[in-house]
Design a protein around this ligand. Structure first.
Ligand code: 5AD
Ligand code: SF4
Length: 418
């Protein structure tokens, strides 16, 4: 989401005559886009600016995104070296204000009014894949989550704008579209549209090879969405479905609005209808009141479901959230132990699953060049697993048949059939 937002800000800035430079030395403004989802993300953004503050000279430091949305001008009290702050929904105002800015502290938090009405993203570089944001904000108020407080209410981008945006990036060579939102399944609630219809419409656009989407909320998964994986040939057979915990007690405290049993039912349905669908998830360990037996339930769920990939986070209390009023009562060492137990379990599961793919022939979308290994490319199978492959010619954006030679923990190694 922030990656897309940074692109969006770059587009607005360039329209007004600002330009991106290649080194910190050349810059008049240093703009850092920030995430507040966990304390660790905040610390990283702030410590980057602190680390360069001694060579600040006349440069202006701008902190944009979720941190200003959350802490507002309190930031200036703590970090005097910051000059301008701007929330995640105010980038148009930011650029207008920068045009007339001279000196001093500036705060830009008032939301842009026409947030999604006139925005089409031109790309900077040749790319085969592009994120397209389809919603902003979220009103689910999961008790640990800061997003409703930083990004505000759910606002859906009109279908017409999304289609125009997709067409525009395809004209520039993009072959893969990833539709993104905090909970894409709620797309359109506010404008009388729905996500499944949108998927069909995007699928109909000529020139796309692959379509994906992120993220889904288990409470909003409907049969029609699962049917999309069967009916829409360009759609990745991949569902990222954060479960967060395997304990119904914790899910309730998290205000997630589903049970473990309901979650298992969705996964079983998806797997029975969609051959080889890959299911990935997010887990939070050490949520308030997570006892050893609650953690064990999470562990057992992971063993039972056998996710293709898992993103595991240690609970981090966030300002304004409901859970912030609960005691952060799982000791840090238990959070760490639980984190590494799940990490080890998932390592085994992912490796096993990737090994099972050895010898198979897959349709692989060639997505990007490997930045580590010359002449190597990273592709994606139809169920969105990464494949490293050596290619003599540049086949970026194409789908080719690949034999899986080896399955490793994080990716597959493939070879061409010619
Ligand atoms: N602490 C730890 N993890 C969190 N996430 C969101 N908020 C928090 C928090 N306060 C995780 C969730 C979510 C992912 C994007 O980040 O697992 O799905
Ligand atoms: Fe946060 Fe996602 Fe819950 Fe919305 S649905 S409150 S973004 S975790």
């Amino acid at each position: 989401m922030n990656f897309y937002d940074s692109e969006r800000l770059r587009v607005f800035l360039e329209k007004e005559g600002f330009c991106e430079v290649n080194s910190l030395d050349e810059a008049d403004y240093i703009i850092v886009n920030t995430c507040s989802v966990r304390k660790h993300a905040e610390n990283r953004a702030i410590s980057f600016l602190s680390s360069i503050k001694n060579s600040k000279n006349n440069k202006k430091f701008c902190l944009v995104g979720c941190i200003p949305g959350l802490y507002k001008d309190e930031i200036f009290k703590k970090y005097d070296f910051i000059d301008i702050i701007c929330g995640p929904n105010s980038y148009k105002k930011f650029v207008e204000s920068l045009k007339i800015y001279k000196e001093g502290k500036m705060v830009i938090l008032e939301e842009d009014k026409d947030f999604f009405t006139d925005f089409i993203l031109p790309l900077k570089d040749r790319k085969t894949s592009c994120f397209i944001t389809i919603t902003k904000g979220c009103e689910n108020f999961c008790s640990y989550c800061v997003v409703p407080y930083t990004r505000g209410k759910l606002v859906s981008k009109p279908v017409r704008i999304i289609i125009e945006e997709v067409k525009k990036v395809i004209e520039q060579g993009v072959k893969e579209i990833i539709l993104i939102g905090q909970n894409v399944n709620e797309y359109g609630k506010d404008i009388g549209e729905n996500f499944v219809d949108l998927l069909y419409k995007v699928h109909n656009i000529e020139g796309i090879n692959r379509i994906g989407f992120l993220t889904s909320h288990p409470k909003d998964i409907q049969d029609e969405l699962i049917e999309c994986f069967v009916n829409l040939s360009k759609l990745y057979k991949h569902l990222h479905l954060p479960v967060q915990s395997g304990s119904n007690k914790i899910l309730k405290l998290m205000n997630r609005n589903y049970t473990v049993e309901k979650y298992i039912e969705i996964v079983e349905k998806a797997r029975s209808k969609v051959k080889d669908i890959s299911i990935t998830s997010d887990i939070i360990v050490g949520f308030p009141y997570e006892k050893e037996e609650d953690f064990q339930e999470t562990y057992n769920l992971i063993e039972k479901i056998q996710f293709d990939e898992l993103y595991i986070f240690k609970y981090s209390p966030r300002p304004k959230t409901t859970a912030n009023r609960f005691p952060d009562n799982v000791p840090q060492k238990d959070k760490e132990r639980r984190h590494s137990l799940i990490l080890n379990l998932q390592d085994k599961i992912s490796l096993f699953k990737n090994k099972e793919m050895e010898g198979k022939i897959e349709d692989v979308f060639i997505k990007e060049k490997s930045y580590k290994k010359k002449s190597f490319y990273i592709g994606r199978t139809t169920n969105n697993k990464p494949v490293l492959i050596n290619l003599e010619k540049d086949l970026l954006g194409e789908i080719i048949k690949v034999k899986i030679k080896e399955g490793l923990r994080h990716y597959l190694i493939g070879e061409t059939l010619w």
